[in-house]
Design a protein. Structure first.
Ligand code: FES
Ligand code: FES
Length: 413
């Protein structure tokens, strides 16, 4: 690679202090490029190499617009540190110009009207090509699952799915089988941490019943596992107000069944004790979903109207795990007879979901979950209609989040 390294004129010369020099093979061409250590691959491709076919939408791993091939496998360029790619082969949509499968897909996309604004199309083509090559027997459902990590704001997906089905059918008719590596799981690079041969992941013991970004239900963690010291990878705070006296709010926090019924996605799987609860939450982010199960220890301090929940859990397949801690305090609100609840949340997330665990995304999701929680607590304290049952609708929360991201796109597309 070294002999033919191409400097990108006007882009890579004049090393800036603190920048990293990266040697990559991009679309078959060895290049050396500089990047800040914090740069993600999408920015480097677009801003340093002028490969603007790779689009950036959410920059949180949700929309799939930035999908490229990294050493032949689909990867989220927005979640991939460029510095981690040194020596890797990167293929963008521009690199698929001469690719026969991509050519068939482009023709099929045209034929089936599978694009409108085209923002999602580069990532969609990269992901679809991977499907076509690996899954020659894929039916419509499999294709929809395979493309579920790529969001399109325009087409309604019908044309896209028809286009991919058409290419698969044509190739099957020509007797073309799957490429090697077809057995690997769906999902972008990093989603296969639990597979045989992969580097084992050190996981915290299984789900905080009230963890913000996570999820839900299965073989519970041992409560004793929760005694060990815990240093969260990420932390943030949430605050909400309730039009009820602090003492009433604190008393409600002591009713685990009631709180669980108010928390979107939460499910109790055992009868709660005063200091422990078994259960979890459901999470689906982009192409990856997890149903966690775990245990949490609970402590309340009536003297200070405060408490803590410390939990851990893992999804049923054991591929994603999380451990978290929530400290809460109930204070008098600004108006007499009202309460302000302060939540201090710390968590660690490992496994496939960790790639979506960027603090901004988690904060967004947690903000929406907290808003629903506050609304449901208020309803219960007011004696109004019972809140929606546990397991509420994390997909709606995600849809709200994606809608907000898409709104932000429109100014950038
Ligand atoms: Fe990377 Fe949305 S920009 S997944
Ligand atoms: Fe998919 Fe517009 S064509 S986002």
């Amino acid at each position: 690679m070294n002999a033919a390294l191409a400097e990108i004129p006007g882009r890579t010369s004049g090393r800036t202090p603190g920048n990293m020099a990266l040697a990559l093979t991009v679309n078959g061409r060895p290049v050396r490029v500089e990047a800040e250590p914090r740069s993600h691959l999408g920015d480097v491709l677009r801003e340093r190499l002028d490969l603007t076919g790779t689009h950036l939408g959410c920059e949180h791993g949700v929309c799939g617009a930035c999908t490229v091939l990294l050493d032949g496998e689909p990867a989220r360029a927005c979640l991939t540190f460029a510095g981690a790619c040194s020596g890797a082969a990167v293929t963008t949509v521009e690199g698929l110009d001469g690719d026969p499968v991509a050519a068939e897909l482009r023709a099929a996309f045209n034929r089936e009207h599978a694009l409108q604004c085209g923002y999602c199309t580069p990532g969609m083509l990269v992901a679809a090509r991977d499907l076509v090559l690996r899954l020659p027997e894929a039916d419509e459902r499999r294709i929809r699952v395979g493309l579920s990590g790529n969001l399109c704001r325009c087409t309604g997906y019908a044309g896209i799915v028809r286009a991919v089905m058409g290419v698969i059918a044509e190739r099957r008719a020509r007797g073309i089988g799957p490429e090697s590596g077809a057995e690997r799981a769906l999902g972008p690079v990093g989603a296969r941490l639990g597979e045989a041969g992969a580097t084992p992941v050190t996981r915290p013991t299984p789900v905080p019943a009230t963890a913000p970004a996570a999820a839900t239900v299965a073989a519970p963690a041992r409560v004793t596992d929760l005694d060990a010291a815990f240093t969260p990878t990420h932390s943030f705070t949430q605050t909400f107000d309730l039009a009820h006296p602090p003492e009433a709010v604190f008393a409600l926090f002591g009713d685990i069944d009631a709180v669980a019924a108010c928390l979107p996605g939460a499910v109790l799987t055992g009868r709660p004790a005063p200091d422990a609860v078994e259960g979890g939450l459901q999470v689906r982010i982009g192409p990856i979903g997890a149903t966690f199960r775990g245990r949490a220890r609970i402590a309340h301090d009536p003297a200070t109207l405060s408490g803590a929940v410390r939990g851990a859990g893992a999804d049923a397949g054991g591929r994603s795990a999380t451990e978290g801690q929530i400290r809460y305090r109930v204070e008098p609100g600004e108006a007499p007879g009202t309460a302000r609840v302060l939540l201090d949340v710390g968590y660690t997330l490992t496994g496939p979901l960790a790639q979506f665990g960027r603090p901004g995304l988690v904060r967004d999701l947690a903000g929406r979950i907290t808003a629903d929680l506050a609304r449901n607590l208020d309803a219960r304290l007011s004696g109004a209609a019972a809140p929606a049952p546990a397991g509420l609708n994390p997909l709606r929360l995600l849809a709200d989040l994606v809608r907000a991201r898409l709104a932000a796109w429109r100014g950038r597309a």
